[in-house]
Design a protein around this ligand. Structure first.
Ligand SMILES: *Cc1c(COP(=O)(O)O)cnc(C)c1O
Length: 381
């Protein structure tokens, strides 16, 4: 650790409690360190109980969960998959792993998630061009629920199955129901920067017992039921270890507390920076939505400041405070230069004006005040 790291405020660092160690300890004592064991089963049960999903398979990452989820939806070479443009690249990479093509759909301004109108336009146009999209990937960015009712209605009308990327949205709800349980498949991430963590890890949830069994099978090298290692389909080494699942069990005991802290952080910033006219706070919660407020996001109002988010980021950096731009839209990434896109202005505008503020659940009032003072320094100057 560099000496300056001691007072650095990170964007969204891991926040461990005390109970994780008990589970990890027990795993080592009992010699359960393989990708099998009681922590793994327990962690999966915890996630089912918390989200209301019927079945859960713990995996090595959220990306792995998306990969296997898309396989379950039948995505293969040459297929097209509808995907929001405004998301982290991990949402779309597994589409490429499978030799399929992402079709990017722009956001709407209310939740910053996929726009139902653009979605319908995209589906109709892809069908007109000769190919119905094979699957729809939905994301609840920064924990804010997408307009699920409209999006689901459109997907149903065209009979396109949904994979819900709830990597950032564990604990968020739509009409009272937990996100991740609205699609045929849902996924969560337990990467170090997420609301709870296993250091690295993910999970796939589904209400179909046979799908959960198939995902478990594919995640453990697709061994046919024979003692002599027989294989008929391609498998993967994607299972979470029983040790990391132990961290997950301890973290699941804290999830409600973590959601509460993140929401309080959002409200704190909003309340204490009211006087800074240049700052607009992330998407407002619509009537249907409850957000875990994974990250507090702001946009700069050009009517009130000439500063760019990058100038603000660099200024915070001089105070040893980490902040990050909003996700750069995937339709603007060199990797996806050739991918079809439907609408691009909403996500492009958010990227130009937005910034993620430090939002770790362990932040103290002193930390928050440091961030607020630094923001005031540059935006009221
Ligand atoms: C973090 C994240 C992922 C990937 O999760 P990993 O566990 O890091 O593989 C996928 N989608 C979104 C929107 C994410 O934020």
């Amino acid at each position: 650790m560099r000496s300056q790291d001691y007072d650095r405020i990170f964007l969204s660092p891991p926040h461990l409690g005390r109970h994780e160690l008990n589970y990890v300890h027990k795993a080592i004592e009992d010699n359960w360190v393989a990708p099998a064991g009681p922590n793994l089963t327990g962690f999966e049960q915890d996630i089912c109980q918390y989200t209301g999903a019927q079945h859960c398979v713990a995996l090595s990452s959220g990306t792995a969960a998306i990969h296997l989820g898309l396989i379950m939806l039948g995505v293969g070479p040459g297929d097209e998959v509808l995907c929001p443009s405004f998301t982290f690249v991990a949402t779309a990479n597994p589409i490429l792993y499978l030799g399929a093509t992402p079709v990017f759909v722009d956001s709407e301004a209310t939740t910053w998630n996929m726009c139902p109108e653009r979605l319908r336009e995209a589906i109709e146009d892809r069908i007109r061009l000769g190919k119905k999209p094979k699957a729809l990937l939905l994301v609840h960015l920064y924990g804010m629920p997408a307009q699920l009712q409209q999006l689901q209605a459109i997907a149903e009308m065209f009979d396109i199955p949904i994979l819900e990327d709830a990597a950032e949205a564990l604990g968020s709800r739509y009409d009272g129901r937990r996100l991740g349980t609205f699609g045929a498949v849902g996924i969560f991430s337990f990467n170090g920067n997420k609301i709870i963590t296993t250091s690295g890890g993910g999970a796939l949830v589904t209400d179909k017992a046979d799908w959960a069994a198939q995902v478990r099978f594919l995640a453990t090298q697709a061994k046919d039921p024979a003692p002599h290692y027989q294989h008929s389909v391609v498998g993967y080494n994607y299972r979470l270890s029983n040790i990391l699942a132990g961290i997950g069990r301890g973290q699941m005991e804290l999830i409600d507390n973590r959601v509460k802290s993140r929401r309080e952080i959002y409200t704190w910033y909003q309340r204490n920076l009211q006087d800074v006219a240049a700052l607009q706070f992330g998407p407002t919660e619509p009537a249907f939505g409850f957000s875990n407020r994974w990250l507090t996001t702001i946009t700069l109002d050009p009517a009130h400041t000439d500063r760019t988010p990058e100038q603000v980021r660099q200024h915070l950096e001089t105070h040893n405070i980490e902040s990050r731009p909003l996700w750069k839209p995937l339709h603007q990434q060199p990797l996806f230069a050739d991918a079809p896109r439907y609408g691009q202005t909403v996500s492009a505008d958010l990227f130009t004006r937005g910034l993620c503020l430090p939002s770790g659940s362990a932040m103290t009032e002193t930390d928050l005040r440091r961030v607020a003072d630094a923001l005031r320094e540059i935006l009221l100057a």
